[in-house]
Design a protein around this ligand. Sequence first.
Ligand SMILES: Nc1ncnc2c1ncn2[C@@H]1O[C@H](COP(=O)(O)OP(=O)(O)OP(=O)(O)O)[C@@H](O)[C@H]1O
Ligand SMILES: [Mg+2]
Length: 269
Amino acid sequence: MSLTCLISSGGSPGVTTTALGLALTWPGEVLLAECDPMGRRVLPGFMADRLRGSAGSGLLGLAMAAEAQPQARLPLEDYVVPVPGEESVGVLHGVRDPRHGVRLGPLWGRLSEVLVSRRGDVIGDLGRIGGRDTPDDLLRAAQAVVMVLKPTLVQVDVAGPRLDALRDLLGDRTVVGLCLISDGPYSAAEVERVLGMPVMAELPCSPAEARVFSDGARPRRTFKTSLLLRSYNVLGRRIRAAIGSSSMGDDGEVGPVLSGSGAAVRGDQ
Ligand SMILES: Nc1ncnc2c1ncn2[C@@H]1O[C@H](COP(=O)(O)OP(=O)(O)OP(=O)(O)O)[C@@H](O)[C@H]1O
Ligand SMILES: [Mg+2]
């Protein structure tokens, strides 16, 4: 139904963590597609202790299937792994070895076709953009592109030319916005003014909660009600509102990680 791509301009501000947090708080069926050519993080992090059975070969397996059958429709669903305890959330895990990134180039165009026609929404983690390996086809196919950054001089400076290039690539047809991880001296208004782009949400700098997503750390008792989780929810609502998504949950209803008793909250008890 919809494709939202999360990107950065480098410096590891928290794209993968935010993409996973967004997916786990998203209402309805959603796929997290780990399309960062520099490699995966979700499988050895969040999924490591949760996975029962094989994770399959993920994005690399899909790329190999695409090479073997250049004309066929991509068998995407064969490579999607459900997040245990979160039935509505699936993961297409990324490549382990960045050297395999070169095999992904021919995949992006075909992958974008199946992602946008998939039942349910898709959140893509594209990682750092601006290099030759950036999946431009996925960016072009997205309804929304959100750059994650910290409000520091270095990150804002680096973001400027990459956002200019993004505007050239996408024109006006795609919603483009910023998501700040509040770990820097500048306000959202200052960042908006300098980059000429709306800040869709500010996420708190919450290292302990973030590690639950990025490293599979055990959640604290307050995890479910934490500001970080509520902020992912706000970001999701704003994205859906901006793209006019028909997904449920725009009336304040929350996604699985907050409403259910699934894997992400198991450590609470
Ligand atoms: N809101 C947050 N508050 C505090 N720490 C965070 C937050 N989001 C992410 N982090 C931390 O930042 C680190 C980097 O996160 P992550 O791997 O998601 O970044 P990234 O932008 O995807 O990096 P890369 O470009 O290397 O893929 C992790 O240790 C993660 O726990
Ligand atoms: Mg990442």
